[in-house]
Design a protein around this ligand. Structure first.
Ligand SMILES: C[S@@+](CC[C@H](N)C(=O)[O-])C[C@H]1O[C@@H](n2cnc3c(N)ncnc32)[C@H](O)[C@@H]1O
Length: 480
C-alpha cells in the first residue's frame, strides 16, 4: 500500500521557500511519525520495517518515543479522537487523524506542557500542506487537554490510578480477540497480562563474558552511576532506568549486549542439555538472526570448550549481515568456530550433510510475549496468524530433526505465550515422530523463572523482568 503526501511548500521539498527552521523541525518529526503510523495502522507494516526501510522516520529519541507510545495506546486514543470528530476524516486526510493521535498521546501520557503540544500540532498542519486544518486540530486537542487534565486531577486527589482503572485502560488498548484469547488461555493471569502489555519493558543487559568478567563490568556500571539489579544469572543485569545502549560503558568495545532475561535462558538451558563429557560439540542455531541467543551461546561455549563448532542459519540475508555487524562489535564474527549460513531451514539440503549434537530452534512466531516491547504487535496480529506460524514451526522441526545426531538434543523456543505456537506444536511433533525410527522424547526443563506447562516451560511478561517466552526440550531416541 502506498500513501500520497502533500509536500508542496513543506520541508520535504528542496525547492520550498518555506525552508526548515528549528520551530518546524519538530513539526517535521511529527509529520514523519504520522507517516510511520499510517504505514503501521493502514499498511500493516511493523515498526521493524520502519527501522529497516524508513530509518529517518524513527531516527531520533523523540520519533521513537512518539511511535512506540502511540502504538502502545493506539486503540484507546483512536476511540477518544474519533468521538470528538463530527464526521470521519476523509481518506486523503488520514495524516491529520494520525496527527491528532500523536497530540492526544502526548497530552495523556507525557508531562509536556499542553500549549506546546497543541502549538506544535497546529504548526504541523502547515508542514503537512493542510493549513485549513489548524482550527480543527486546535479544537480537538483542546477538548482532549480538558479531559486529560480532569483525569489527572482525579488521580492526584484520589489514590492515584487504581488497579481497576489500570485494567480498564489496558483493556481499551487491546483488540477484543486478543483480550478474549488471553482470558481463555490464562484464566488466572489475563488481567495482569493485559496490564503488563501496556507498560514499558525493562532494559536488561548481557555482559559479554568472552571479553570481561561480570564483576568487573558491574563495577563499571556503578562507577558511571548506572543503577541496576542483579539476576539469577551472573552475566545478566536489569537497569533501573532504560538508556541509550551506546552510552553504556565499553559498548563500542563489545563488553555488553542488550537482551531480555527470558531470551538469556536459551543459552544456559541448551548448555545444560549437552552430555557432561562431550568434547567439541557441533551446534546449530537454526533461526539465528539478529544473533542474541547465538552470541550468548558462543560466549558460554567459549567458556567450556576449545573446539566447538557453532553454525548460525537464517533465511534472510539482510538480517544475517546485521548479525555479522553485531557479532563484530562483540568480537565473535571472525572466530573460526562460528559459521554463518544463509538458507531456508525448511529445505532438506539447508545444512548439507552436517549433523549436530544440539540444535536451537528459536522459531519465527507471533511475538505475543513481547507486546510491551513491540507494541505494534497488538495492532497487527490476528488470531489466524497463530495457526500459520504453527505450520511453519512444525515444518522447521521436522526438517531440522533429520540433522540431529542420535541422542542429540533440540531446544525449541518462541517469544509467544499462546499454546498454538508452544505446547500444541511440541505435542503434534512428538505424536508425528512416534511412528518413526527417530522418536522425540521430552527433556524436562527447570528454570529459575516461569513455570512448567504440560510439555515445556512458560515465562510471562506479567512476572517481574521477563518477556513472555516458551521453551521445550527434546532428545532424539532411536528405536531398537
Ligand atoms: C525469533 S527470530 C530469531 C531471533 C534470534 N534467535 C535471536 O535470538 O536474536 C526468527 C528468525 O527466523 C528466521 N527465519 C524465518 N523463517 C526461516 C526459515 N524458513 N529458515 C531459516 N530462518 C528463518 C527469521 O529471519 C528470523 O531472523
Amino acid at each position: 500500500m502506498s500513501f500520497s503526501w502533500h509536500t508542496k511548500g513543506t520541508a520535504q521539498d528542496p525547492k520550498s521557500k518555506v525552508g526548515l527552521n528549528k520551530k518546524n523541525e519538530s513539526a517535521r518529526t511529527r509529520m514523519e511519525v504520522c507517516k510511520a503510523l499510517q504505514h503501521i495502522v493502514e499498511g500493516g507494516r511493523t515498526i521493524e520495517w520502519i527501522r529497516a526501510e524508513k530509518a529517518a522516520w524513527i531516527a531520533t529519541p523523540l520519533h521513537r518515543e512518539l511511535i512506540y507510545g502511540t502504538t502502545r495506546h493506539y486503540l484507546s486514543l483512536q476511540q477518544a479522537v474519533t468521538e470528538l470528530l463530527k464526521k470521519p476524516m476523509r481518506d486523503k486526510d488520514r495524516d491529520l487523524f494520525q496527527l491528532l493521535i500523536v497530540g492526544a498521546y502526548q497530552l495523556k501520557y507525557t508531562g509536556i506542557a499542553s500549549y506546546a503540544i497543541i502549538n506544535e500540532s497546529v504548526n504541523a498542519c502547515v508542514v503537512l500542506g493542510k493549513p485549513w486544518a489548524k482550527g480543527l486540530v486546535n479544537a480537538v486537542l483542546r477538548q482532549l487537554q480538558r479531559t486529560a487534565e480532569a483525569a489527572q486531577k482525579d488521580a492526584t486527589q484520589g489514590e492515584g490510578v487504581t488497579t481497576k482503572q489500570a485494567l480498564a485502560a489496558a483493556t481499551a488498548d487491546h483488540p477484543p480477540w486478543l483480550k478474549d484469547k488471553l482470558k481463555m488461555q490464562y484464566p488466572a493471569e489475563w488481567q495482569a497480562l493485559l496490564i503488563a502489555n501496556s507498560q514499558r519493558a525493562p532494559m536488561t543487559l548481557r555482559i559479554n563474558t568472552a571479553k570481561v568478567e561480570p564483576g568487573f563490568y558491574k563495577a563499571k556500571l556503578r562507577e558511571d552511576d548506572i543503577a541496576f539489579s542483579e539476576s539469577s544469572m551472573i552475566e545478566t543485569v536489569i537497569l533501573d532506568t532504560p538508556q541509550n545502549a551506546e552510552t553504556l560503558p565499553s559498548w563500542s568495545d563489545g563488553e555488553v549486549a542488550v537482551q531480555d532475561l527470558s531470551a538469556q535462558l536459551a543459552a544456559n538451558t541448551l548448555m545444560s542439555m549437552l552430555p557432561p563429557h562431550i568434547a567439541g560439540p557441533s551446534i546449530l542455531d537454526a533461526c539465528a538472526a539478529p544473533g542474541g541467543k547465538l552470541f550468548h551461546l558462543h560466549e558460554r561455549l567459549n567458556a567450556r570448550f576449545k573446539t566447538h563448532q557453532l553454525f548460525a542459519l537464517d533465511n534472510k540475508k539482510k538480517r544475517l549481515n546485521e548479525t555479522k555487524i553485531i557479532g563484530s562489535r562483540l568480537g565473535h564474527s571472525d572466530d573460526p568456530r562460528l559459521t554463518m549460513l544463509c538458507a531456508d531451514a525448511t529445505n532438506e539440503d539447508c545444512c548439507g550433510d552436517l549433523l549436530f549434537d544440539a540444535i536451537l530452534l528459536d522459531a519465527p512466531c507471533s511475538g505475543s510475549g513481547t507486546i510491551r516491547r513491540n507494541p505494534d504487535i497488538r495492532l497487527l496480529l490476528r488470531s489466524d496468524h497463530l495457526t500459520a506460524h504453527q505450520d511453519l514451526q512444525l515444518q522447521l522441526l521436522h526438517n531440522l530433526w533429520r540433522r540431529l545426531k542420535e541422542g542429540g538434543t533440540l531446544l525449541y523456543s518462541t517469544c509467544s505465550i499462546f499454546e498454538e505456537e508452544n505446547d500444541q506444536v511440541i505435542d503434534k511433533f512428538i505424536n508425528a515422530q512416534a511412528q518413526s525410527t527417530a522418536k522425540a522424547a521430552l527433556v524436562a526443563l527447570n528454570m529459575q523463572h516461569g513455570s512448567a506447562t504440560s510439555l515445556g516451560w512458560q515465562l510471562l511478561p506479567s512476572a517481574k523482568n521477563t518477556d513472555g517466552f516458551y521453551y521445550a526440550g527434546l532428545t532424539k531416541v532411536t528405536q531398537i
